[in-house]
Design a protein around this ligand. Structure first.
Ligand code: HDE
Length: 704
């Protein structure tokens, strides 16, 4: 065995050692490397604490002989590895979690006793997990899908889980339909595909037979399901909940999260390309924002209303396929959420976090929404199978941060060691054992229930099309075109034409012109009969609050601008862009055909952040092309450079150009429009970069 000297590798949590500090590395007979502890690092041990002398070789009968069963170190290591995975979530398997806090700015004392909603200024720690719904845990971040928005508040009175989505309504009205919905959307059971997508027969077959889903269908076919960033989505508790005050009076409430950065969506073609360019696009975006100290923030709002007000709504608020338009019940901002700490360990926290809508605190209660009622059962049940034990509440990410105590005992993976002989209540033997809290404990709202037991749906749930129509007519014309095209895309993928026809029938109830657009996009000349509607479709007023474009903010904070450069790019222009982009609060990344440094006109070296082939323009919100005439000619022969500008143009992004940039655009066959701006005109470029060039769209693609 030869002894050689080498530098110590940096150990997590410790700074890299100075060059002078060395450790001994041995080269074994087979030529492999061993790193020997010097005393400053912790010893590598088995799970029983036994120090391990050799982590590279298993125990063999002889150097070329069989491995011995006796090797308990090998067996322990491999066995643990074999059991590393737990079942992924049935839905919402792919998620990104972040720690943060909630701060109340306006007390709801009049309505609730919940401390988290009454103690102004108090910061309540929380953990938020964003997710896609249909895809597996290893699927890409950007399919067309609903985003889960689940928040666990660690309040002084126990954990409160607000397990919502980025869409305020849901597909179905009754929990009993959920397994069918999920089976229909997930990959088809005989073939194991498609992964993470709705554009397949089983999904649309089920939907076409489920008129109550039509409102949600409008939302999922809109650009809401193509978020630019998880920092730029809204969150909704969806169901009506109840608040309960000290006098025992109850008020209905809906919860809303609104991102400070406004809403942003990507263009469908861009979304598809992002999935290839960076399947972790959203997770990475969140990770980078948190690492850079750009902590995303949301306003927390409530819609409050009484039973009497609810009775006057033109829909039933207990029906999760309906929303309460803001014009009817305005939003009141009562607090904010800031996400500011990435988890230490993905599995321990993001994977093991267990949300349950049944986790509420005193002063918050449930409504009779039948979907919510079913959820109250499902989540606890699924955690038992996913985390393997009723003691999942002891996993640090799930444990309340306030004291908790009861007489539940034992079970697999019990970590606590309750003492004493008393494990029941009431008792006289342990004066200090936990007792009921008659005054401050959780109480259900006292409601009179009467009627006939039956499997039945309330008549007030029968209107399936009015709010779907309201959503569609509230959108801007650009969004309507995207929605129609999304329907054409999805329905065009079906093998069974009768499902397409059935969907067109539903669309006729929503808006005749939408049905016609989609039919024409699908090459269908004659519209089918609309199916019978249980009740007449109401012509509800448009609600601008439902728009996505209307909720975008013309700002650059939180966004990224990509600049295509090369050796010989103009130093003065680049310097000016750097300053202007920094002043606007955006990030700037330089892309070039070669990674390393680019030598600018003044001889200075500029670090390149991304190589062209791996950093397409879909990664950016706006781009600039700053090239010398010579490099513009060279890049004209580079397909990735042409794609860079063509995609930026096609995805309606502002493009800043110098003369070289203009030349590249010309080679790419792009006719300049108002969104292509001379880089010397920096203010105009920055202004244009804050939004998409919606008017350009008609010139780059035919939308349904
Ligand atoms: Fe879920 N849902 N869901 N869901 N849901 C789950 O729980 C379920 C529904 C939502 O980041 C599961 O722990 C039923 C509506 C989010 O860990 C499961 C019904 C809304 C998450 C489950 C619904 C949601 C889940 C799968 C109809 C928006 C991810 C794994 C009655 C308000 C939470 C798990 C996380 C996860 C059941 C409908 C949101 C199986 C039965 C409506 C954000 O328990």
């Amino acid at each position: 065995m030869t002894k050689v000297k080498t530098l110590v590798l940096p150990v997590k949590g410790k700074p890299a050692k100075s060059e002078a500090e060395e450790t001994t590395v041995s080269v074994g007979n087979g030529g492999e490397w061993h790193q020997t502890a010097t005393g400053s690092q912790p010893a590598l041990t088995t799970n029983q604490g036994l120090p391990i002398s050799d982590n590279q070789n298993s125990l063999r009968a002889n150097p070329k002989g069989p491995t011995l069963l006796e090797d308990f170190i090998l067996r322990e290591k491999i066995t643990h590895f074999d059991h590393e995975r737990i079942p992924e979530r049935i839905v919402h398997a792919r998620g990104t979690g972040v720690h943060g806090f909630f701060e109340l700015t306006q007390s709801l004392e009049k309505y609730t006793t919940a401390k988290v909603l009454t103690e102004v200024g108090v910061q309540t720690p929380l953990f938020t997990r964003f997710s896609t719904v249909a895809g597996g845990s290893g699927s890409s971040d950007t399919p067309r899908d609903v985003r889960g928005f689940a928040v666990k508040f660690y309040t002084k009175e126990g954990n409160w889980d607000l397990v919502g989505n980025n869409i305020p309504v849901f597909f179905i009205q009754d929990a009993i339909k959920f397994p069918d919905l999920v089976h229909a959307v997930k990959m088809e059971p005989d073939r194991g595909f498609p992964q993470a997508g709705t554009a397949h027969d089983t999904f649309w077959d089920f939907i076409s037979l489920t008129p109550e889903a039509m409102h949600m269908v409008m939302w999922i076919m809109s650009d809401r399901t193509l978020p630019r960033s998880l920092r730029m989505i809204e969150g909704f508790g969806v169901h009506s909940f109840r608040l309960l005050n000290a006098a025992g009076e109850s008020t209905f409430v809906k919860f809303h999260w609104r991102p400070k950065l406004g809403l942003q969506a990507t263009i469908w073609d861009e979304t598809v390309k992002i999935a290839g360019a960076d399947p972790d696009f959203h997770r990475r975006d969140m990770f980078e924002a948190i690492s850079a100290g750009d902590f995303p923030e949301w306003e927390f709002s409530v819609q409050l209303f009484t039973q009497e007000e609810a009775d006057a709504f033109p829909f039933d608020h207990l029906d999760a396929t309906k929303l309460i338009p803001e014009e009817l019940v305005p939003l009141q901002v009562i607090g904010r959420m800031v996400l500011n700490r990435w988890p230490n360990n993905f599995f321990a926290e993001t994977e093991q976090v267990a949300f349950c809508p049944s986790h509420v605190v005193p002063g918050i209660d449930f409504s009779n929404d039948p979907l919510l009622q079913g959820r109250l059962f499902s989540y606890l049940d699924t955690q038992l199978s996913r985390l393997g034990s009723p003691n999942f509440n002891q996993i640090p990410i799930n444990a309340p941060k306030c004291p908790f105590a009861n007489q539940q005992r034992d079970g697999q993976m019990q970590m606590a060691q309750p003492t004493g002989r008393v494990a029941y209540e009431p008792n006289t033997l342990a004066a200090d054992s936990p007792r009921e809290q008659a005054k401050t404990g959780f109480r259900s709202v006292a409601i009179d229930e009467s009627g006939t037991k039956a499997r039945i749906r309330a008549e007030s749930f029968a209107d399936h099309y009015s709010q779907a129509r309201q959503f569609y007519i509230s959108l801007t014309t650009y969004e309507q075109a995207h929605l129609a095209s999304a329907l054409v895309f999805e329905l065009s993928k079906l093998e069974h034409p009768h499902i397409r026809v059935a969907m067109l029938g539903h669309l006729r109830h929503i808006e005749e012109s939408l049905a016609q657009r989609v039919a024409s996009g699908l090459g269908i000349d004659d519209l089918p009969q609309a199916p019978p509607a249980a009740v007449a479709v109401q012509n509800l007023d448009p609600s601008p609050a439902l728009q996505l474009i209307g909720n975008m903010k013309d700002m650059l904070e939180g966004r990224v601008i990509g600049v295509l450069i090369a050796d010989g790019s103009d130093a003065t222009s680049i310097d000016a862009v750097k300053k202007a982009v920094a002043a606007a609060g955006a990030k700037l990344k330089f892309v070039a055909a070669k990674i390393g440094d680019a030598k600018l006109t003044n001889g200075s070296l500029l670090k390149v952040d991304g190589q062209l082939a791996g950093t397409p323009s879909v990664m950016f919100d706006a781009v600039a092309i700053i090239l010398s005439d010579e490099t513009a000619t060279l890049l004209a022969k580079e397909a990735t450079a042409i794609d860079f500008v063509r995609d930026a143009f096609g995805h309606l992004k502002a493009i800043g150009v110098d003369k070289g940039g203009e030349a590249l655009l010309k080679t790419a066959g792009i006719e300049q429009d108002a969104g292509v701006i001379t880089i010397g005109n920096l203010d105009s470029f920055i202004a244009a970069a804050k939004t998409r060039q919606w008017d350009r769209e008609a010139s780059v693609r035919e939308l349904a």
